[in-house]
Unconditional design. Sequence first.
Length: 283
Amino acid sequence: MAVGMDVVLAGCTLIFAVYSVTAELPRKKFEYKLSLKGPHLIQSDGSIPFWTHGGNAIASDQSIRVTPSLRSQKGWVWSKNTNPHEHWEVEATFRISGRGRVGADGLAIWYTTQQGMDGPVFGGKDQWNGLGVFFDSFDNDGQHNNPYVMVMLNDGTKQYDHNSDGQHQQLGGCLRDFRNKPFPVKAKIEYYKNALTLSIHNGMTNNKDDYEICVRAENVNLPRNGYFGVSAATGGLAGAVDDHDLVSFITHSLTVPVTGVCIIYTTFFGMVHLFLYKILDLL
């Protein structure tokens, strides 16, 4: 009889342990007004629901060509609505492709307090307030460290240093060859409890979960109610230009689990344990 009760108690403890681990994971909710994805990406008038695009960007039913592979092109696409959520995750899927051995200039993913339309930083505005994630194709500083993925924070006062490829300004980064891949490249940015995580899918497989962490940083304070955006630019060299195609931009809000449920479960299982041990004492 005592052995049977021990099994019951062990089972209850295991259930609670599993529940506790699961409860730590944030709840995700799809935010359609902050997302875009084909097919039928554009309306009959050429506009994109809840988004605006311009510069040299060309929208189609399936994707947005942020810049074509021509010299000195700039394009952008920005959300019309701000992001009111404290915790969030975005996944941008894109292709960067060109016929040259090297590309230029690159693509940027933004989260900023203002829509940074048309500027010198990969097609976006300089001295932004918020987050920039840069996929830098061209080796401006001659250090042979491109293509490179970089995360940079800005409070609206810093100018991006093109000559050094922003190396001394970055929060973090990683070497990743994101050009001319057989499958689209993906970037997943998670901002949860002031921790920023950038993960990259390198486009070498069709496995949607094949991500590697590029940057993770704690104690990051991003502004609330920012805009999401993607921009791109090509260089002035004829042999170093790329098509930059945005396939999708998917946004989820993240919600911290309610800890009150954990307290209820803790109290409940504690009372069950006590009750069962009292029964065992009487046997």
